[in-house]
Ligand binder design. Structure first.
Ligand code: SF4
Length: 351
């Protein structure tokens, strides 16, 4: 991702009590599912040429989307907007079977960049539905991932938007219910919702493994540690990014006196820094690191040049690219076929 032209020396270095410093949360930024989805659009453009259509934002970040638009991606809301026979990429948030069918009906060449961890939840929904469970899906109304998951078992799924919804849920058989969740929720709030659901439905079944993904969980754990020591937390990410917005909530809950979300460093306000010695910084799972670097540059201008990482986990997960992109036009395996942008697994390095 290219850098954004920075407005340097915009923030002033004003005196505070104590030494100024930045605590930089790790892990932060791109997760494996986002990396894969962005590479999928780039590779589709390379391979098939512009335009390549993308249903919804490929990932919820305005900088990523505008950068891909400049390269020739066209973002649409629905497959009906795409000329017949074109290439279309489904976003990391996943789609319902009805969307897949809609693309097939228009003879679109579909490339499915759904994160494999979202696909896992889709499979769970299908399996529990076949076993006649009623599914209580904890997630946010209107979020694309929720729409895609509900679309896999529309007759049997009830959305639980928040703990406040629990008293009003109606099911046919209270002894045959299971909960699933959106992948990018607050871990703590979701566990509270599950606790309330279990009070109402004591035989509530758990999903076979956590639906909130490793990246969401890891970023929340890291910001909890940072927030305990920071007067101000800056979270880089877009307003429609669920996991980003949760990081702001978690920071406030775990001790930050103030927490703000910014898309770009230029949105940082001078008054946020008044009297602040320690600034925490993190970023959502769809945020390229260049945007964090720009925040650090601006903070350095304001005297916060002392940056320490607070590392709570190491991440090395990688996913295969969508199957439609694993080979080049001549049928040769693509060297990036195992995921990361520049990363290689150790065992691959000598091959
Ligand atoms: S946040 Fe989690 S579920 Fe979403 S794309 Fe990243 S790894 Fe996949």
């Amino acid at each position: 991702m290219p850098r954004v032209p920075a407005l340097r020396n915009r923030l002033k270095d004003t005196p505070v009590v104590g030494a100024k410093r930045v605590l930089l949360a790790a892990p932060r930024g791109y997760c494996a599912g986002v990396d894969r989805a962005v590479i999928a659009v780039e590779k589709a453009l390379e391979r098939f040429g512009a335009p390549v259509y993308v249903r919804k934002q490929i990932v919820h970040n305005i900088h990523v989307v505008s950068t891909l638009e400049k390269k020739g991606a066209i973002f649409v809301d629905e497959v009906g907007e795409v000329p017949e026979g074109s290439h279309i990429v489904f976003s990391a948030h996943g789609v319902s079977p009805a969307v897949v069918q809609g693309a097939a009906d228009r003879q679109l060449e579909a490339i499915d960049a759904t994160c494999p961890l979202v696909t896992k939840v889709h499979r769970e929904a299908v399996r529990f539905s076949k076993q006649d469970f009623e599914i209580l899906l904890i997630g946010h109304h209107g979020h694309e991932e929720v729409e895609g998951t509900m679309g896999h078992a529309p007759e049997r799924t009830t959305l639980v938007n928040s703990p406040a919804d629990v008293p009003n849920i109606v099911v046919n058989n209270p002894d045959h219910v299971v909960w699933l969740s959106q992948t990018t929720l607050s871990v703590d709030e979701t566990m509270e919702t599950v606790r309330l659901l279990r009070e109402r439905f004591p035989n509530l079944q758990d999903p076979p493994s956590d639906d909130i993904c490793y990246a969401t969980t890891n970023r929340q754990v890291a910001i909890k540690k940072v927030a305990a020591e920071a007067e101000l937390v800056i979270v880089v990410g877009s307003a429609n990014s669920s996991n980003t917005v949760r990081l702001v909530d978690v920071a406030l809950e775990y001790g930050a006196k103030a927490a703000y979300r910014v898309d770009y460093a230029s949105e940082i306000q001078q008054e946020w820094l008044d009297g602040v010695a320690t600034v925490g910084v993190t970023s959502g799972a769809s945020v390229p690191e260049v945007l964090v670097q720009e925040v650090l540059d601006d903070l350095a201008d304001a005297g916060y040049g002392d940056v320490s990482q607070v590392v709570t986990a190491e991440e090395d997960l990688m996913f295969s690219l969508p199957k439609e992109l694993r080979k080049d036009a001549e049928g040769n395996a693509d060297e990036r076929g195992l995921g990361g942008r520049v990363r290689q697994l150790d065992w691959q390095k000598d091959r």
